[in-house]
Design a protein around this ligand. Structure first.
Ligand code: NAP
Ligand code: MG
Length: 410
């Protein structure tokens, strides 16, 4: 290619976090074939491979999070969250914490998950035309609960003992006459407010309506506090901006929201409490065809962004790969992690050329699928077409690279 144009320069560096297994293999291919040939970008590299996390006693994960806090934008490959099997498999010193949990708690973020839509992969819900994005609060509630099982009659209470020495507040939960179960959950105003800010920021950024739903009719203190904090935050900081942007904030009961989502055409950000978001994001992902068609971004209220794929390291495919068997693993979500990071970097740097490149790459990837060239997971759910054919992991990325090169030339 003699007429090769010069590479697009990205002003500020991006924090790159490499990962594990099949996604690590794909990560290298995406970088070498779809990013670095076209873009001149400085990458600050952190190797979150499980062995390197083990070697550094997980310091590398903490360093990566600090780097995102310093530079603003990071892109992360999927990583193994160790369990007992992995400790054995990789001979680990410890069962290290999930890197995602570590990074999330340092960045104080909210996770947004957005499906990637292709014309020939129809969502199972026929009215959905635009993506439904989930914003999941990632702190508290049942995920940091205390629970008890009781064997027989007795009184269960909740007690709050103020630190200033004033009188404790107690409430009877239940006078048990027989065996049963009890659960205590909590959240903090600070975490709810930062969740609200992340959701308003994201909706404003993407020019989307924001829906928030809780069960405030039943939970008149707990869920109602979420509703009130969102409302306050909206009135104080967002109402005017939303109006100018022509977008809407809308609170409703979760039952009503679930019913409306199914009848909607999509194109909204649906903010949900921790458990609700956990359940609903899996429903939305599978209703869109494949785990590999879901992007994920961690948005911090302090202005940091971390982009990744919503899926894991695709362990089963990796073992096939190690066995020299052909794999057909879908790289869409990893490609979109890179475009998400580049696009955000371009926006923050005020560099539209970088933003345009990211959009070109996304279009090339979607058009490749729409042309019938796709990996096995998609072929199984795609609309029938005469040109549909299953390609292997590398062939898919090569096909995207060809389309991208053409688009940039044209
Ligand atoms: P997974 O990697 O998401 O894969 C589960 C299954 O989904 C795969 O076996 C495959 O199904 C399908 N799949 C997922 N991504 C695909 C892709 N890109 N292309 C084609 N098919 C895809 O989940 P897992 O196997 O439960 O977890 C593996 C490791 O990932 C675990 O160690 C876990 O800790 C880690 N994990 C990391 C993250 C993260 O870093 N964000 C998230 C979740 C899990 P078939 O086998 O049927 O083809
Ligand atoms: Mg889940």
């Amino acid at each position: 290619m003699s007429a090769r144009r010069s590479k697009i320069r990205v002003k500020t560096l991006i924090v790159e976090m490499d990962g594990d297994e099949m996604t690590r293999i794909i990560w290298g291919m995406v970088k070498d074939k779809l990013i670095l040939p076209f873009v001149d970008v400085k990458l600050e590299y952190y190797d979150l491979h499980i062995k390197n996390r083990d070697k550094t006693r997980d310091q590398v994960t903490v360093d990566a999070a600090h780097a995102i806090m310093k530079h603003g934008v990071g892109v992360k490959c999927a990583t193994i969250t160790p369990n007992a099997d992995r400790v054995k498999e990789y001979n680990l010193k410890e069962m290290w914490k999930s890197p995602n949990a570590t990074i999330r708690s340092m960045l104080d973020g909210t996770v947004f998950r957005k499906p990637i839509l292709a014309g020939n992969i129809k969502p199972f819900v026929s009215t959905w035309r635009k993506p439904i994005i989930i914003g999941r609060h990632a702190y508290g509630d049942v995920y940091s609960n205390q629970e008890l099982s009781v064997d027989g009659p007795g009184k269960a209470e909740i007690v709050f003992t103020p630190s200033d020495g004033s009188k404790p507040i107690r409430k009877t939960v239940k006078e048990f006459t027989g065996p049963g179960i009890i659960q205590g959950i909590h959240n903090t105003d600070e975490s709810i407010r930062s969740f609200a800010r992340a959701c308003f920021t994201f909706a404003f950024d993407q020019k989307l309506d924001l829906w928030f739903s809780t069960k405030d009719t039943i939970s008149k203190t707990y869920d109602a506090r979420f509703r009130d904090i969102f409302q306050q935050e909206y009135h104080r900081n967002w109402a005017a901006r939303f109006q100018d942007a022509g977008i809407e904030y809308f609170f409703t009961l979760i039952d009503d929201a679930a019913a409306r989502i199914i009848r909607s055409e999509g194109g909204v950000l649906w903010a949900l409490k921790n458990y609700d978001g956990d359940v609903m994001s899996d429903m939305i992902a599978s209703a869109n065809g494949s785990l590999a068609m879901m992007t994920s971004v961690l948005v911090s209220p302090h202005g940091y962004f971390e982009f990744e794929a919503a899926h894991g390291t695709v362990q089963k495919h990796y073992y096939k790969h190690l066995n020299n068997e052909e794999t057909s693993t879908n790289s869409m979500a990893l490609i979109f992690a890179w475009t998400g990071a580049l696009c955000k970097r371009g926006e923050l740097d005020g560099n539209q050329t970088v933003v345009r490149f990211a959009r070109h790459l996304e279009a090339a990837a979607i058009e490749t699928v729409e042309s019938g060239i796709m990996t096995g997971d998609l072929l199984a759910v795609a609309e029938k077409g005469p040109n549909n054919r299953k390609v292997n992991t590398q062939e898919f990325i090569d096909a995207v690279a060809r389309r991208l090169t053409e688009a940039l030339r044209g």
